[in-house]
Design a protein around this ligand. Structure first.
Ligand SMILES: Cc1ncc(COP(=O)(O)O)c(C=O)c1O
Length: 381
């Protein structure tokens, strides 16, 4: 069998039957003609199915090792989609330090009475054991967590979940299948904001959820059509185009991130670097066990309070001050006032997201330029 790296470069290439176009054509049509009375072709209506969306779902599923992938209009839509499998009295266990938008969604679905949510420090065995005693139906994992890069043991949580009959969904956005394969560790679903590494060029918002079993894939596809959260054809076309270079991009970005983490760790203005690629990081051992590399996201805590953080954030030129991550270009962000502002102060404190925390998404630029940019910004404090 060919390698995943090869499969994704080749996904849907050379399949055009009309003109033998090497790159797959884009099908924007919202509707498809029937062959005759009660004789539908492969597609009938764009919300229910589309060739570009299907090609993308298949490609992500192949990378993740699942039965099928449902492509949604955003990462949040993918997370919300899996929650359709729950009824109102069921319980979701989610990480206390998850992406702010995920925290907001699960909090407000609970307020609505859609299901119950319990936010737990999943790296704390006692807290996790106590949560499992409440008989959850679904465990949502985010590892590495956003923005503190805390790792949790996917295989161990999946084992405990199976004992109580709970499903496990892993948000694999921060690493992509190029570095972590949750389904092979026992998870039932791998979720992506394809906005990030899979598309990789910061020009599409999208999502995908891969199910391990055909039965779950069917159920999720049904709900995606029913609720209308399926992604747009052009977005799917662009995302598959971006995904062809996933492994190549990740190799370069990760190499840059390792170098930047080492640089920041030695810098006297930096309190702490959160990056499992560093030997000294709390998650290093687990990273070696469940990931094929540390990835290209890291955070650091700067000395000198909020003003010092502000000075760094306002004085980079290559690192753009922006939310999101996983694109070819480097980005810098302040989680407390940007990506995680949807969490209230108490939830942010519990998660340990301080005003002095800075997150960077490391891109593909030359490493000496990136190091120089950060060095210059830190010297502005
Ligand atoms: C880990 C993680 N999951 C999900 C999402 C939501 O994705 P989207 O913005 O595509 O809805 C994000 C967005 O930043 C994220 O960082």
């Amino acid at each position: 069998m060919t390698h995943k790296r090869t499969q994704i470069v080749q996904a849907d290439i050379g399949t055009d039957k009309n003109y033998k176009a090497v790159s797959p054509p884009l099908y924007l049509s919202s509707t498809y003609g029937f062959h005759g009375f009660e004789d539908m072709g492969e597609y009938d209506y764009g919300r229910s199915g589309n060739p570009n969306r299907d090609a993308l779902g298949k490609a992500v599923a192949e990378l993740e090792g699942g039965a099928g992938g449902v492509v949604t209009s955003s990462g949040m839509a993918a997370i919300d989609l899996v929650m359709n499998l729950l009824t109102s009295d069921e319980l979701v266990i989610a990480p206390h330090d998850c992406y702010g938008g995920t925290h907001r969604l699960l909090t407000h679905r609970q307020i609505q009475g859609r299901f119950r949510t319990l936010f737990v420090d999943q790296s704390d065995p006692q807290a996790l054991a106590a949560a499992f005693e409440q008989k959850p139906s679904l465990i949502l994992i985010e590892t590495p967590s956003n923005p503190l890069m805390r790792l949790v043991d996917i295989a161990a949580i999946c084992k405990a979940a199976k004992k109580v009959g709970a499903l496990v969904a892993v948000d694999n956005t921060f690493l992509s299948p190029a570095r972590q394969l949750p389904l092979s560790l026992g998870a039932d679903f791998a979720i992506h904001s394809t906005t990030k590494y899979l598309n990789g060029h910061s020009d599409v918002v999208g999502g995908c959820i891969v199910a391990k079993t055909a039965e779950h894939f069917e159920k999720l596809s049904w709900w995606a059509n029913c609720t209308g959260v399926t992604g747009a054809p052009f977005d799917a076309f662009m995302t598959l185009r971006g995904m062809r270079t996933l492994h190549a991009r990740m190799d370069i970005a990760e190499k840059n991130a390792i170098a930047l983490a080492k640089f920041l760790k030695k810098h006297k203005a930096v309190n702490h670097v959160y990056y499992p690629g560093l030997r000294s990081d709390a998650g290093h051992k687990l990273m070696k066990k469940q990931q094929s590399g540390p990835g290209a996201m890291l955070s650091f805590d700067i000395k000198g309070g909020r003003e010092a953080a502000k000075a760094v954030l306002e004085n980079t030129s290559l690192f753009q001050l922006a939310e999101s991550l996983g694109g070819v270009e480097s980005l810098i962000c302040h989680p407390a006032t940007m990506t995680h502002r949807a969490m209230d102060d108490e939830a942010r404190n519990i998660a340990g997201i301080k005003d002095t925390l800075i997150r960077i998404s490391v891109g593909l630029e030359d490493i000496s330029d990136l190091t120089g940019d950060l060095k210059g910004a830190i010297s502005a404090i």
